[in-house]
Design a protein around this ligand. Sequence first.
Ligand code: AVJ
Length: 324
Amino acid sequence: MLNLDMRDLLSERYALEGEDEFAAAVIGGLSRPQKTLPCRYFYDARGSELFEEITRLPEYYPTRTEAAILEAHAGEMAAGVPRGGALVEFGSGSSLKTEILLRYLPRLGCYVSIDVSASALEDAARRLTARFPTLDVRPIVGDFSFPIVLPADVAARPKTGFFPGSTIGNFTPAEAQRLLRVFRASLSPGGRLIVGADLKKDPRTLVQAYDDAAGVTAAFNLNLLARINRELGGSFDLTAFHHEAIYNPRDGRIEMHLVSTRPQEAAVRGRRFRFRQGESIHTENSYKYSIPQFQDFARSAGWQPQRVWTDAAALFSVHELASV
Ligand code: AVJ
């Protein structure tokens, strides 16, 4: 039931999110006292490939643990989706985890996949349509962190949001709260949300998940500089930065940094940035929550925590939230 031309789906915002926005974000981030680069730029073609590789690493437990939780409890999760309801996924990517839920949703009204990558949406929609021939797949190209205007026939259905992958952990608590409010608005009235959140645990396990022995996460982090060199004519020497992952217990988050191994300069679009030896570029935060902490957090964004599913080792959590 997929008869949409993906080119029609290109939103205005997506068209604007081009090279200039990337350049502005890079120059802005590198101009701060603590240099930063936004983690959403990790995912170019090479970065997405490296991330896929990360999800298969022995140290990186989140993806496989969340998938196992979904496998074990998809029936219960699906039971809360009414017949004819809409499943709305924020940042759907390849929609791999969604398949686990869809098996239990034969009477779903439609599946709305939202992602900035038109090609990822197209591939996923084709795969899902082949696998579930009666499923109405409705891809929307867009940035899920802005309110989504759903087509009227979708908006009229009872809606369940799906936000797996602990992507929520990449946002600061203030941003994450705003995001949960934006989702609530998109799913109202009376929406539900299934959201994955990585759990607090011993710092050693956390750090190893973000600093694997094979060096894949290091390559993923350094690819950001390679991308700047490629797309913005940057002059970063990739051999003069090293990957670092630390657990910041005060903020309850893993931080990834790229640390300059010597004093150096790098240029981006004609602007020069100086680095001291040991100076870092902060490239990612990945916040970890306890279950009650996440539930409090959801409450303060207007959601009522319902059921929560976890694995036996309490590595990861999947929360069901209801609009109040
Ligand atoms: C994409 C948010 C799940 O924080 O674990 C993996 C990305 N960064 N290794 C995470 C990531 C480094 C990530 N998420």
